[in-house]
Write a protein that binds this ligand. Structure first.
Ligand SMILES: C[S@@+](CC[C@H](N)C(=O)[O-])C[C@H]1O[C@@H](n2cnc3c(N)ncnc32)[C@H](O)[C@@H]1O
Length: 318
């Protein structure tokens, strides 16, 4: 598939957002916001980002982590994680270094991203050795990587059949407890393909949690500025979904088949983080533009949607 599909200028612009996310994460890691021994393999040189960007990324990573741990607390490690639009995320390796490595970890992105990720993994022993089990083998075929418990595959999230094929090739189990991650990804899909993807996932996995992190409340002046800057990059513009407040985004997830869905803007999430974590992050850099951080935080949301009784009580303060 990888060789016969062609990608538009808009797709190339979308793909480039991964470089940005990876560089921002590396910058925040270097400044001590959180630990990630692996991010430097994926972003070689980074310029220092503004403090409000670093702080925003810290909140994003901590918030995802908080719910990943709630998921693992409820179902243990006999489960699967499916990272949609994974980019160069390092979660697989970070979990491997804890007692929380899961049975199957599946990463999906455009083939050009998974191809590059494959090459970086192949070239770096520290990444590769975490993927190889003792007598296991790692198969790299047409830019996809398959190992026992880790699968990295190229696909187009706008096509349910492409996603279905990729998940089948990765050995995804419909009945296994499943964590679906969509960190700054669905915003690059237009409304209808995004809905179709979510409807498919809600149908396919009877016991699952979906974490979605992306823009919200874009209908105001600040939102207009964000939209203009996204437009200037050439990516598909966010639509009415992103003008909506977090509660409406949660309602949309219930409409496509999730049993429960809750959502909070990132200011609410930030305030719910442990006091000592916030104080530590705040001490790392001076922040002159407090107002700007507040604006940013109120224009991003985290949604948590679930299927199955096991996960129904997942909450910000659970
Ligand atoms: C902003 S990056 C986020 C990467 C990662 N989730 C993170 O938070 O670090 C968005 C990612 O979504 C991927 N993506 C967007 N639309 C996609 C599509 N239709 N099919 C596959 N991947 C897609 C991009 O290639 C990119 O890697």
């Amino acid at each position: 598939m990888n060789n016969i599909m062609s990608w538009s200028a808009e797709d190339e612009a979308t793909i480039a957002t991964n470089t940005d996310a990876t560089e921002c994460k590396r910058c925040a890691v270097e400044l001590g916001y959180w630990k990630d021994e692996y991010i430097a393999y994926f972003a070689k040189h980074v310029d220092r980002k503004a403090p409000e960007i670093n702080r925003g990324y810290y909140a994003r990573v901590k918030a995802m982590e908080m719910f990943i741990h709630q998921f693992l607390e409820r179902c243990g490690t006999k489960c699967q994680i499916i990272n949609l639009g994974c980019g160069f995320e390092t979660l697989y390796w970070r979990l491997k270094d804890t007692t929380q490595a899961v049975s199957n970890f599946i990463e999906l992105d455009f083939p050009s991203v998974t191809n590059k990720k494959c090459h970086i993994i192949k070239r770096n022993k520290q990444l590769l050795e975490k993927i190889c089990k003792e007598d296991g083998e790692v198969v790299i075929r047409s830019g996809d990587l398959h190992a026992d418990g880790y699968h990295l595959l190229g696909c187009d999230l706008r096509s349910v059949s492409s996603v279905r094929r990729a998940l089948a090739a990765a050995g995804a189990q419909p009945d296994a407890p499943t964590l679906l991650l969509a960190e700054c990804v669905l915003v690059y899909l237009r409304a209808e393909p995004a809905r179709a993807l979510l409807r498919h996932l809600a149908e396919a996995f009877s016991r699952c949690v979906l974490l979605v992190y992306e823009q919200c409340n874009l209908g105001d002046k600040f939102g207009e500025v964000m939209l203009r800057s996204l437009g200037a990059r050439g990516v598909a513009p966010p639509d009415e979904r992103h003008a909506a407040p977090p509660a409406a985004q949660a309602a949309a997830l219930r409409e496509v088949g999730f049993d429960t869905a809750r959502a909070w803007d990132m200011e609410t999430v930030w305030r719910a983080l442990p006091e000592e974590d916030r104080a530590r992050a705040e001490a790392l850099e001076m922040l002159d533009e407090r107002e700007l951080l507040l604006q940013l935080n109120t224009h991003y949301a985290l949604c948590v949607a679930t299927r199955g009784d096991l996960f129904a009580d997942m909450d910000l303060n659970a």
